[in-house]
Design a protein around this ligand. Structure first.
Ligand code: MD3
Ligand code: FE
Length: 221
């Protein structure tokens, strides 16, 4: 491991753990070896509920393409953001969460200190070159007691790690293929985003970055 301005830089093929902020655990390379099977599971989901670019209430179309698996999937349209049991595009339930994804999320959460993580939804984001996600909070889950686990595949990205206040300048953190982050406790409601993806090629995903976020969404019953 090399030390650089107080930040630890992992060697490219090394596994390492960092805590870039309170409540955040970065498991560098945690799913690198399983990435081909994880990607296969995403292809399976996508064959049932395809990636699509959704429209936000303000009328803009998101640059990120999205789909979901699990009991509840996140969507947006002109009328607002919500979690639904059905894919509005197909009218059918979202595809079930593949076992390999569920077990990855639970193992990662345990490493981040949450042994009881029960994700019932997984939002899958696909970024083409230039796609970005502006600073936001994730509040539609209505249950903030469980963490969010995020998995990065393919092209690297600059993650914008903010605070609980929108106006604070976010820190920039590089996330790459195989990295897994666990966001719990005081980090669950921070503002965060993704800077525009830069051109590149990944052997597994081609010209895309793919991010999975596992969530426990409160259901109404
Ligand atoms: C911290 N996705 O889907 S993952 C999102 O890379 C989202 O696609 C980004 O933000 C992506 O909502 C970032 C890391 C992440 C996801 C959700 C969080 C960090 C989070 C929710 C609360 C706190
Ligand atoms: Fe988010």
């Amino acid at each position: 491991m090399m030390q650089n301005n107080g930040r630890l830089w992992a060697e490219p093929n090394e596994l390492s753990r960092e805590s870039p902020a309170e409540g955040v655990t970065l498991l560098h390379g945690f799913c690198r070896e399983d990435a081909p099977q994880i990607y296969e599971a995403i292809r399976q989901v996508e064959s049932i509920s395809p990636f699509r670019q959704m429209v936000v209430p303000g009328g803009h179309t998101m640059s990120v393409a999205m789909t979901n698996c699990g009991e509840l999937g996140w969507t947006t349209d002109r009328s607002g953001y919500r979690y639904t049991p059905e894919d509005p595009m197909t009218g059918a339930p979202w595809p079930a969460m593949p076992e390999i994804l569920l077990s990855l999320a639970r193992r990662a959460a345990a490493e981040g200190g949450s042994a009881e993580f029960r994700p019932n939804g997984c939002l899958i984001n696909r970024y083409a070159v230039g796609a970005r996600l502006s600073l936001h909070q994730d509040r539609n889950e209505r249950d903030y007691s469980q963490p969010i686990v995020s998995v990065s595949l393919g092209l690297p990205a600059t993650f914008l790690l903010g605070t609980l206040r929108r106006t604070d300048t976010p820190r920039r953190i590089r996330v790459e293929h195989g990295d897994v982050l666990v966001w719990g406790g005081p980090a669950r409601l921070i503002f965060h985003g993704i800077a525009p993806i830069r051109a590149g090629h990944d052997p597994l995903t081609g010209n895309y970055r793919i991010n999975l976020t596992f969530r426990h969404v409160a259901s109404d019953d």
